[in-house]
Design a protein around this ligand. Structure first.
Ligand SMILES: [Zn+2]
Length: 409
């Protein structure tokens, strides 16, 4: 009798539900709480919410609840079915759990708050949950959060690819650049990988998108052109992606030249790889002075480096017409340099110049905030614990989506 009242209070069981009996299993450190309801209770139909008589019960089910006094606590009840004149027999909504879950809402809320802090494996061990149970809680949390996400406008987006586990396996991630959260995760980095994102947006949301940063990657361009009105004025090729192409070309020039020089005993370029790749602003004053002899030399690598350094000034311009004139000068210089890797980059940038110049208007890059980036890195670093890609995708939404995932309300 006392047990029943105690557990009624601990569990917050309210009319028409009551604690019918409590069984303690000392050997298993479990307490089993059996719930029953008042006989005369009326049950709202889950479809129309009209209060109905009881039709019958489903077989008894169990739900894991928060432990009580260090005992694993299991609720038992037979879910009633309402007898709606219009909709027929329907399983009613139970106050302690979501329909598909084997855990109470409070238990899921606890597991969710722990999963935000610790690895899936750690939480599984702490709460005594299997992989499948952990994944189920995580997946339900994400679905709940995505369903609640309002159709609010997103103005500035970034589309990024992330490699996953093994090389050459990719995810496409769409970030909200203004609110620093992940909006969408697609498998692969094909056109179809991004197509799925557009389908999650309303017409209103589509029309409010102002700009979209991305790498110079044709499948993303094709998907955006197909779905986003006036896409060509909104696509902005990522400045850092452009810098990476230029750096790679400088490095190709350096490698080839170093090989030639060393063959004749000239070691000037040996051990200089990172000096050429470094951003000028990240040099110490002394290191910059030491680098001077190299960058002002007549080496081909020095010319390639100067071409790269100059190209990036494009992004300092305000007016597109001035930037265009500057780029024409740069392009002529690059082509005349006869440094094959630099000529190739110049051709690529020329073909894509319109969506490079859109930067001057929108001023966005694909770089996300430090906070979001470190969360994505953390999910990637713990990816070894994920059994499949779907689980990894859920984890990205879970940790980086800024979703409201609390069960119940
Ligand atoms: Zn009904």
């Amino acid at each position: 009798m006392q047990d029943r009242e105690l557990y009624r209070r601990i569990l917050g069981v309210e009319s028409p539900w009551k604690v019918e009996r409590v069984e303690l299993s000392l050997a298993e450190s479990e307490v089993h709480v059996f719930l029953e309801h008042e006989e005369q209770a009326r049950w709202p139909c889950p479809e129309c919410h009209v209060e109905c008589a009881l039709h019958d019960h489903q077989p008894e089910r169990r739900w894991r609840h928060l432990d009580t006094c260090q005992y694993r606590t299991i609720l038992h009840a037979r879910p009633p079915r309402s007898d709606c004149p219009e909709h027929g027999p329907r399983v009613v909504k139970l106050p302690w759990a979501e329909r598909s879950s084997r855990f109470t809402e409070l238990f899921e809320a606890l597991a969710i708050s722990w999963l935000k802090q610790a690895s899936q494996q750690g939480v599984g061990e702490l709460l005594g949950l299997s992989w499948d149970e952990i994944h189920g809680i995580l997946e339900r949390a994400v679905q709940r959060g995505l369903a609640r996400r309002k159709a609010e406008p997103v103005a500035r987006l970034g589309v990024d690819e992330k490699s996953f586990r093994k090389r050459h396996r990719y995810l496409t991630i769409v970030n909200d650049l203004d609110r620093s959260r992940v909006l969408y995760v697609g498998e692969g980095r094909r056109k179809a990988s991004l197509d799925g994102f557009w389908e999650t947006l309303s017409e209103e949301q589509l029309s409010r998108i102002e700009a979209l940063a991305m790498d110079m990657w044709d499948p993303y361009v094709a998907s955006t052109r197909e779905h986003l009105p006036k896409a060509d004025t909104k696509i902005v090729y990522d400045k850092y992606h452009i810098a990476a192409h230029l750096s790679k070309a400088v490095d190709q020039v350096r490698r080839a030249e170093n090989k030639r020089l060393r063959a004749s005993g000239d070691e000037r370029l040996t051990g200089t790889k990172y000096a050429w790749l470094r951003h000028p602003a990240s040099f110490s004053e002394q290191a910059w002075r030491e680098f001077r002899a190299l960058r002002e030399s007549d080496l081909k690598t020095a010319r390639a480096w100067a071409l790269k350094d100059t190209a990036m000034r494009l992004f300092d311009y305000r007016r597109a017409s001035a930037a265009r004139a500057f780029f024409e000068l740069w392009r002529g210089w690059a082509v005349r340099s006869r440094l094959a890797p630099m000529v190739a980059v110049a051709r690529m940038l020329t073909a894509r110049i319109e969506n490079i110049l859109t930067y001057l208007k929108h001023r966005i890059t694909n770089a996300v905030s430090e906070g979001l980036n470190s969360k994505i890195q953390w999910v990637k670093a713990t990816a070894r614990g994920f059994r499949n890609r779907q689980n990894f995708i859920h984890a990205v939404y879970f940790h980086c989506g800024d979703l409201d995932m609390t069960p119940g309300h």
